[in-house]
Design a protein around this ligand. Structure first.
Ligand SMILES: NC(=O)c1ccc[n+]([C@@H]2O[C@H](COP(=O)([O-])OP(=O)(O)OC[C@H]3O[C@@H](n4cnc5c(N)ncnc54)[C@H](O)[C@@H]3O)[C@@H](O)[C@H]2O)c1
Length: 370
């Protein structure tokens, strides 16, 4: 894959007329893209959060109203705690108080938190409203807005309640990433790097070549970085919408990462940081396999790129025993054993359940430098 600066869209291709585009364009162009799709937006709802609302809601409302729409906006408190049944109920109350009908689009303007909960509200209100994602975080632009996973958290764990519900459109404006806090940027980088590792060695080489510019968020690389990473997610989802096979490779680093998030407490480490550490562990496991083709040179190259993601220190009080125990509560567990996504080589991932416990422990030790 070459430099994709000129790419204006990617597509998720699905049966039953459910295909949709990810448009890489300004948020101001939303009315144009809705009209092009034939979406009736005379009356629409924006769901956003307090941070993103302050920055981008007024522009979006002005553009939609300028095109004749009547717009109602609802703001969630920023942060993971808004993916809750209580906030979902508030979205329902707000939407129903505004006289929505089954053609009223819900526009999710924000990061993955807004996208997940607003997406679930869209999936369930009146048995399904048109859903439009306008992702503004890097995680949301390369990952969460694409593929139709919606939902919220339960006290028993993250993302335990949800539905697959595809949007009609994803409008991804890389210019909004300028205001993203540094930590959210590098967290999103982890997910984009993951896409390259599991699916596209040429994209990985491009990341290597442009790593410093990506870290500095130089305008010359940001749009291309987002477009390439988002395109990979589109391709994977197009081949396996409901995660019955190929889509599982998107969980590379996640079996370890989820255990870290649970053990440290959500909010003490971002999802992307946990995945960055998890990928180091998964790489170690990949190199222990009899069938592995991944060589030292590739491992060294990947290590260099992953090392560019700042991660918090994991205190010794979080023991490897505790992390292993936490892995066993992972909801992606099969009935018999844990499923791991490993790399056969750069750009090629596979899943396996056949991993000895001592290798898992050694992988944690390597990833945590213990
Ligand atoms: N549905 C999926 O397939 C999928 C995939 C990955 C992650 N997720 C979910 O996504 C969530 C994480 O997403 P996230 O990292 O975007 O978190 P987030 O939505 O909490 O956003 C991170 C922070 O950045 C702020 N922000 C977002 N865009 C901004 C901008 N342009 N300028 C300034 N601030 C901005 C937000 O207000 C928030 O404080 C998790 O709940 C995770 O479970 C879902």
């Amino acid at each position: 894959m070459g430099n994709l600066n000129t790419t204006s869209s990617a597509q998720v291709v699905l049966p039953e007329n459910r295909s949709y585009h990810v448009r890489f364009d300004s948020i101001s162009s939303l009315p144009f893209h809705l009209a092009e799709l034939g979406v009736n937006f005379d009356h629409c709802l924006i769901v956003t959060d307090t941070n993103v609302g302050d920055l981008y809601q007024a522009t979006l409302v002005r553009k939609l109203e300028g095109a004749g729409a009547s717009v109602h906006s609802f703001r969630l408190p920023a942060g993971e705690s808004s993916k809750s049944p209580e906030l979902l109920a508030l979205i329902y109350d707000f939407a129903l108080s505004k006289g929505i009908s089954r053609i009223t689009p819900i526009i999710a303007l924000g990061g993955g938190v807004v996208g997940d909960i607003a997406g679930f509200a869209a999936a369930t209100l009146l048995r399904g409203l048109p859903l439009i994602h306008v992702p503004t975080s890097l995680v949301a632009q390369v990952d969460s807005s694409i593929g139709g996973k919606t939902g919220y958290n339960h006290s028993a764990g993250k993302n335990l309640i949800g539905a697959f519900y595809q949007p009609l459109l994803v409008l991804s404006d890389a210019d909004t990433l300028v205001t993203l806090p540094d930590r959210e940027w590098t967290s999103g980088m982890a997910e984009a790097i993951k896409h390259s590792l599991i699916y596209d060695d040429r994209f990985f080489s491009w990341i290597e070549d442009n790593l410093d510019a990506i870290l500095r968020r130089e305008a010359s690389v940001v749009a291309s970085f987002v477009a390439q990473a988002a395109s990979i997610k589109c391709n994977v989802v197009s081949k396996d919408e409901k995660e019955s096979g190929l889509r599982m490779i998107l969980n590379f680093g996640h079996t370890f990462g989820h255990a870290l998030e649970r053990s440290l407490g959500y909010g003490n480490i971002t999802h992307g940081e946990a995945v960055a550490i998890g990928m180091r562990a998964a790489l170690f496991l990949s190199s222990t396999r009899d069938v592995h083709e991944i060589d030292r040179i590739e491992l060294g190259r990947i290590d260099r790129v992953l090392s560019s993601i700042p991660v918090p220190d994991i205190p010794e009080s979080v023991s490897i025993d505790a992390l292993c125990a936490s892995m066993n509560t992972d909801k992606k567990r099969t009935t018999a054993s844990l499923r791991f996504v490993l790399l056969r080589r750069l750009g090629q991932a596979y899943t396996t359940i056949d991993v000895p416990n001592e290798h898992v422990r050694a992988a944690w030790q390597t990833a945590l430098d213990r």
